[in-house]
Ligand binder design. Structure first.
Ligand code: CTP
Length: 402
């Protein structure tokens, strides 16, 4: 982040106190931080604390004569490399989605020619409100980047999505943005599978697994940020799809395969989904009832299609086909054998033993196995694994060393 400037707009929410910590984190990583406080934000943090931490004056007023003579609001909006809104309140999201410009923050958001990264924070009902969700979709479609919100206890005593992402997560998202070449994959098409699949036994029961989908979503986000037109075929997970990605939601392995085949051709496909290897032979139309004195039913399973292997043999095989290997022992050896068995070009191996915390967690330690050998990457945030992989994909597809 050295040499980069972040324009941080602090909105009026209880999470604003965390934005002071965010200023520190960004500065520790080398960024210069220029701050705008909305009027409401000053109810939660003072201009003096923001300015002391940023080491610069903070901006608050659209019609300040001194500010306009020193740095006009248009110049302020252009002076940064990235605009970060944290906390992004429902009001700030609505203003940008609706094109309003009646104070310094909203005017700056409308006037900027730089990317905007929002870290929303609001009550769970406000977050889920159709009007807010509509604004979210509009902003995403227009290229606004998002980090969070996270799920958890809220200051108002309710529980659910709406907590602002932590300062470290927002800093990581800023770093991701600066690390990404936004045109590296321009003109290319990417397909990503993510999450578990659910295989029904009857209308209320299913077989599934613990995959959270986080790694696949992070990869799809990184590919889209690098300019690829990206389709994300996802099993049932409850995470926000990244900006700029076309999301196809499916439930079963067979639906996932059909959605993948319908999305071909693709230049690159990354199969991160933890597809259920088997499904119940029969999915009952009605709930299976417990009959008095009857023995427990026997579950007969049949094999599901292997999506990665099917794509490898497909007449429209993606030019670069990447699989994931979830292993719990002899990770690299098993994954290398899997690469050959499935016919993919690269395989990303990770150890999913419970003690690693990888399944469901935010970090990952992976090995990238190609025909040329194995690279072991250090432990990274899943977002960073996504970026590195997107950069490697760009190198490979643009004809440089893989
Ligand atoms: N995969 C797939 N379709 C399946 C099973 C797996 O596309 N029906 C893909 C996964 O998305 C991943 C790769 O194959 O990219 C390896 O998945 P993994 O679960 O590690 O391997 P399995 O095929 O289940 O093999 P094993 O049981 O030997 O671990």
């Amino acid at each position: 982040m050295r040499g980069k400037t972040v324009l941080l707009i602090i909105g009026g929410g209880i999470a604003a106190y965390k934005s002071l910590e965010l200023i520190r984190r960004l500065k520790e990583r080398g960024a210069a931080v220029r701050v705008i406080l909305t009027h409401a934000a000053t109810q939660f943090v003072t201009p003096l604390s923001a300015s002391s931490l940023a080491g610069e004056k903070v901006y608050q007023d659209l019609f300040s004569l001194t500010d306009e003579s020193e740095m006009g609001h248009i110049q302020l909006s252009r002076s940064a490399d990235l605009v970060v809104v944290a906390p992004a309140t429902a009001d700030l999201m609505a203003k940008l989605a609706g094109g309003h410009a009646n104070d310094l923050a909203s005017t700056t958001l409308l006037a900027t020619d730089k990317r905007v990264l929002m870290a929303p924070a609001m009550n769970v009902r406000m977050w889920n409100h159709p009007a807010n969700q509509r604004n979210l979709r509009t902003l995403k479609a227009e290229g606004v980047l998002f980090v969070g919100p996270n799920e958890g206890d809220m200051a108002c005593g309710e529980f659910g999505p709406g907590r602002m992402a932590e300062p470290d997560e927002i800093t990581d998202a800023v770093a991701s943005y600066f690390n990404t070449d936004e045109h590296a994959l321009d003109g290319l098409k990417a397909l990503v599978t993510a999450g578990p699949t659910q295989e029904p036994l009857d209308p209320v029961r299913f077989i599934a697994n613990r995959s959270s989908g986080k790694q696949g979503y992070a990869i799809a986000g990184a590919l889209a940020r690098a300019g690829a037109s990206t389709v994300l075929v996802s099993g049932p997970v409850e995470i926000e799809p990244p900006s700029g990605v076309r999301l196809l939601k499916v439930t079963t392995a067979r639906e996932m395969l059909a959605a993948c085949e319908a999305s071909l051709p693709a230049d690159v496909a990354v199969c991160t989904a933890a597809v259920a290897d088997w499904r119940p032979e029969i999915a009952a139309n009605n709930k299976i009832k417990k009959e008095k004195d009857a023995a427990a039913p026997t579950l007969r399973l049949v094999e599901n299609p292997d999506i990665l292997a099917t794509l490898a043999r497909h007449p429209q095989r993606p030019h670069l086909l990447i699989g994931f290997a979830a292993e719990t022992e002899s990770v690299v050896e098993h994954a290398a054998a899997k690469r050959l068995r499935k016919g993919c070009d690269w395989i990303v191996a990770n150890d999913v033993s419970p003690h690693t915390g990888i399944m469901g967690g935010d970090r990952n330690t992976v090995h990238l196995i190609t025909a040329k050998g194995t690279e072991s990457w250090p432990e990274l945030a899943k977002a960073e694994v996504g970026e590195r992989l997107a950069a490697r994909i760009a190198q490979s597809l643009k004809g440089q060393a893989a």
